[in-house]
Design a protein around this ligand. Structure first.
Ligand SMILES: [Ca+2]
Length: 115
């Protein structure tokens, strides 16, 4: 900034620094489980579940493990696009599992009716 007094000019400048604190780490994970097919014939049959795991927090997540008491052999498919073994905020990791069902199962797993 400048100011004048007659023919004299006064000049001054100033800077200010403001630090914005990063958001507190808030790890959160999301899962979407989808069966295929959604309907089986009488007597049951084979169902392939797919699991879409997403990062709903604000920090990358590591050591991701997925288990399902209704399907034991879960296999990782894809999704770690930068291959850093971390579930990053913009990644969706896909897993799959196949099981042979003989009754009704729902997303919560406990409803079971023998046919
Ligand atoms: Ca990653």
């Amino acid at each position: 900034m400048t100011g004048k007094y007659g023919s004299d000019t006064a000049t001054a400048s100033a800077t200010a620094k403001v630090t914005v604190q990063p958001a507190a780490p808030a790890p959160e994970i999301g899962i979407l489980k989808t069966p295929n097919p959604g309907t089986l014939p009488v007597g049951g049959g084979e169902v392939a579940y797919s699991y879409a795991i997403s990062n709903k927090g604000n920090v990358p997540l590591s050591n991701i493990t997925l288990s399902d008491d209704k399907c034991a052999s879960i296999v990782f498919g894809s999704g770690d696009t930068n291959l850093d073994l971390k579930l990053d905020l913009d990644e969706i990791w896909m897993y799959s599992c196949t099981v042979n069902l003989t009754g009704d199962h729902d997303e919560y797993g406990d409803r079971h009716r023998e046919i």
